[in-house]
Design a protein around this ligand. Structure first.
Ligand SMILES: [Zn+2]
Length: 329
């Protein structure tokens, strides 16, 4: 009998536990999210890509902020308890729609169960969409709504980026990445993060240098929107592109830009944005002060401030992933 007990124990408890702990595949997560966005659009009239844009921004900052809880799989939108229940509400976790309204909280019951639950995805997104719908449902109205909510320019830009990319591609599973230099061109790079630089005083090298020949194509690494394009005395001709994870990709020392590329353009991974050069270290047009290479930098924004991080491991990963995709074909 003693021997049997663990077997019985496993028999009764393991299957249940296994179901509870079952992790959703990435595809299931995207499907569930999209379903939630679309159903919120159906009940509020707010386009799904606006709802998805705010939700994705909130998700992206929660991964890099210590003062916010990590997001769950489905919804990223986070409302602080006091904001949800009302600043003077004595019950921070109040879920009664009547008292929440009385105390000027924003929480609304979105799934019709009579409770405004701050941890329920439907209630959260319905609350967000109801707020947005008060402003109207076009880009200009949406921009004002998110400005009033966040009061920060970069946050407005980041959320607009998400909305534009989602609207254009009509889906949210846009995680694919590309290595900046395409197959067939010789290039070399090593980890140069934090090295001292030769020009412009004591600056630390914030990026990875990918050495390649003049004119080798430079490609966007992710889905995103062109946020910056032009000359800088250090970076020469450079482009900045923000992706859906609120990561900013910086491409510098370009020989030139691809035709018609302009600020505000929506790009996809692998899309050519310019070519390798040696521009920079002087006034506009300066070139040839160092061997041609792409300086590639990555910057993270957490909704409060921005910092650079080492792109080297990411470049390695994207290079590898592309090779695997190519071999599958
Ligand atoms: Zn560099």
């Amino acid at each position: 009998m003693k021997k049997l007990f663990p077997v019985i124990f496993l028999f009764f408890f393991l299957p249940l536990h296994a179901v509870d702990a079952k992790e959703l595949s990435q595809k299931e997560i995207f499907d569930k999210r999209m379903h939630l966005y679309k159903s919120t659009e159906a009940t509020t009239g707010v386009p799904w890509y606006y709802i998805a844009a705010v939700d994705q921004f909130e998700r992206s900052i929660r991964y890099v902020r210590k003062d916010l809880p990590k997001p769950d799989d489905i919804t990223g939108y986070y409302v602080p308890p006091k904001h949800w229940a009302g600043p003077l509400n004595p019950f921070e976790d109040d879920s009664n729609p009547l008292t929440i309204t009385f105390f000027n909280g924003i929480g609304i019951d979105g799934n019709g169960d009579g409770r405004a639950d701050r941890s329920n995805g439907k209630d959260l997104l319905y609350t967000m969409a109801t707020y947005l719908s008060q402003y109207g449902v076009n880009d200009q109205a949406f921009r004002i709504a998110i400005w009033d909510y966040y009061k920060r320019d970069q946050t407005v830009r980041s959320i607009m980026t998400n909305a534009q990319v989602y609207r254009k591609f009509k889906r949210i599973d846009l995680d694919e990445k590309a290595f900046p230099i395409p197959k067939g061109y010789n290039y070399t790079y090593k980890n140069t993060w934090g090295d001292r630089r030769g020009w412009g005083g004591r600056r630390i090298h914030e990026g990875t240098d990918i050495f390649a020949g003049y004119g080798a194509p430079v490609r966007a690494v992710a889905y995103g929107v062109v946020e910056l394009k032009g000359w800088n005395k250090y970076g020469g001709w450079r482009v900045g592109i923000r992706d859906l994870n609120n990561t900013y990709h910086y491409y510098a020392h370009l020989n030139g830009f691809s035709k018609e590329l302009k600020i505000g353009d929506i790009v996809a991974p692998g899309q050519i944005i310019g070519s390798v050069g040696s521009s920079g270290y002087g006034p506009p047009g300066t070139s040839g002060k160092f061997p041609p290479h792409l300086h590639f930098g990555m910057y993270k924004d957490n909704g409060k401030n921005e910092w650079s991080f080492d792109p080297y491991p990411h470049l390695r990963l994207w290079e590898q992933q592309e090779r695997i995709r190519r071999n599958k074909k």
